[in-house]
Each structure stands twice: as C-alpha cells, then as structure tokens.
Design a protein around this ligand. Structure first.
Ligand SMILES: CC(C)=CCC/C(C)=C/CC/C(C)=C/CC/C(C)=C/COP(=O)(O)O
Length: 297
C-alpha cells in the first residue's frame, strides 16, 4: 500500500514526466515509487516558487539536489509491500532551501558585477572616459611590482646606513611576501577578470589572468602603510600617499581590470600583510646573516 505522502507528492511531478527521458519511476525523479521522500522535500521548495515555473527546470534542480548527489534515496526500493519510509532528517530538508548566506552572497556578487561594469569607464579607447586611459595606465605602472622591486633593490645598494638598510630590507621582504600571497590566492580562487577588460598589461605573471585579489590594491595598501609608518613625512605628503593608494585601487576598476570586490579585498589583504611584516620585522638581531650577506656585496 503506497504511503499517503507518496500519493500527494507524485501528482505534480508526473505531469512533466512525459517530456523526460527518465520516467517518474526513474531515480532522476527522486526514485519514482521509492523517491517520495526526495519529492516531498522538493515539493516544499516548489511551493514557495511562482506557480508558472517550468517543470523541466524544477526537475533538473531536484536531480541536482544534495539529496540526490549523495545517493540518498530514502524510499528507494520501497514497494507497496514495504513499510512507509522514515521522514528525511531535518538537515537534509534544509539543504534544498536557499540559505540566507547563499542569497546574500549571490546578491553581493550581482551588485559587484553591475557596479564594476558601470565604473569601468576607461575599459577601452571607445569607452565613455576612454581618453583618460593613458593616465590610468600610468597609475597602473606606479603600482606595478617590477618598479617597486627594482627601486627597493637600487635604494638598498645605495644605502649607507644600517637603519636605512633595515627598512629597505623589510620593504623588499614585504613586496616579495605580497607577490607570493597574491599569486597563491589568485591560483586558488581563479576568478576571471571582467569580460570588458583588455589584457594589455605591462609584464604579468601567469596567475595574473585571474583577478581576485587585485595585486595593485594589495601593493598600494601595503606600501602606503609601510611608508606612513617608516618615513617621516609632512602631512600633505601623507595625504598624497593615501590618495595615491585609493586612486590606484579605483583605477583598477575604471580600467576594467577588476571588480570592486577584488580591489576591496586587495586593500584588506595589503593592510593585513603590513601587520605580518611588522610582526616578523627583520633586523640585524634576528636575521644577522641576511644583513651580513648584503654588506658583503
Ligand atoms: C627582483 C626580485 C628580488 C624578485 C623578482 C620576483 C618576481 C617574480 C617579480 C615579478 C614581478 C611581476 C611581474 C609582478 C606582476 C605585477 C602585476 C601585473 C600584478 C597584477 O596586478 P592586478 O592588480 O591586475 O592583480
């Protein structure tokens, strides 16, 4: 005797079964005679959707559900002679309902893409602010890894004080740590650059085809925090340093290189990287070999 729940569940789904390769009894439909548990769960999700929803679409979603992926067919094989199945555990039912966090993340992503596209006004020569593109590219070079690394190495070679050498050695360490962490995260996250970006950047690494996080934003935050903490500068110059970092970050989105979240996370990461560098500060006391080696050159 089929359970009452199975009878109730089978009705709406069987209406779409004729257009499908698997019949209502196939596992793709939740186990057919045995898939009532999965269906019931799916029905509860369906009831919160628009009544005109495409049944093919909903059927696909049901077969993609975590319940199906796990191969968990609570009623599979439950024929008329078998006892009605135990109801699904609560946590399995929750799996099919979109979580608040999921909705929030998807909304944030949608806003991010929309805003980034709107702000990408220098993405091409024909864009609305296309004439500003050369200026944006100049800013891009000002935050590129190569000038910063070469500049630091040059200053290190010219420095004749221990104090200066210590600061520069730590700046070099900071820049290398930044390159490493950004490459690692880009390689792990693998978020593609925005579709409107032209890949015409000056010297890139292979991971730079990915956009999360923005390497320019991490460097801007790291270097500006480093400078503000280790150079004695007049207030207008300090403001200029902060402005440079902010405009460099904004220019990444305007050039179409990045989405807003790439830059926002880049700023956060660069700011945090400085704390790491400060914590591991290299000095002739804790890294004497490094300083002696440099002295011999
Ligand atoms: C000189 C020394 C000591 C080491 C060299 C280390 C090294 C591998 C340098 C590579 C520098 C480089 C090509 C950095 C790429 C910078 C870049 C284009 C980042 C992308 O920025 P994004 O904002 O678009 O993510």
């Amino acid at each position: 005797m089929p359970s009452p729940r199975r009878n109730v569940d089978a009705r709406p789904l069987s209406a779409s079964a004729s257009s499908s390769s698997g019949g209502p009894g196939s596992p793709a439909h939740g186990g057919g005679g045995g898939g009532g548990g999965g269906r019931f769960e799916f029905q509860s999700l369906l009831s919160s959707r628009a009544p005109g929803l495409d049944p093919t679409c909903t059927r696909l979603r049901a077969s993609e559900s975590p319940v199906h992926r796990r191969g968990s067919f609570p009623l599979a094989g439950a024929g008329p002679s078998q006892a009605p199945p135990a109801p699904l555990p609560e946590e399995d039912r929750m799996d099919l309902n979109p979580s608040f966090l999921g909705i929030a993340l998807r909304s944030l992503l949608a806003i991010d893409l929309w805003l980034s596209k709107k702000l990408g006004v220098c993405a091409g020569e024909s864009s609305s602010w296309g004439s500003m593109r050369p200026l944006m590219k100049l800013l891009e070079i000002s935050g590129h890894g190569i000038p910063w690394l070469l500049g630091t190495l040059y200053c290190l070679s010219r420095s004749d004080s221990w104090a200066g050498r210590e600061v520069l050695m730590n700046l070099l360490f900071a820049l290398l740590l930044d390159l490493l962490l950004v490459a690692l995260i880009k390689g792990l996250v693998r978020r593609r650059r925005p579709a409107h970006n032209q890949m015409d950047m000056f010297v890139t690494l292979s991971v730079d085809k990915y956009s999360f996080p923005s390497g320019h934003a991490t460097r801007a935050a790291l270097v500006s925090r480093f400078i503000l903490n280790h150079l004695v500068l007049a207030i207008p110059l300090r403001v200029l340093v902060v402005l440079w970092a902010f405009i460099l970050g904004l220019s990444r989105v305007m050039l179409g290189r990045h989405n807003v979240t790439d830059v926002a996370f880049g700023f956060f990461l660069g700011y945090t990287q400085y704390s790491i560098v400060d914590y591991c500060w290299l000095s002739p006391h804790n890294a004497p070999v490094l300083f002696l080696l440099w002295n011999q050159q």
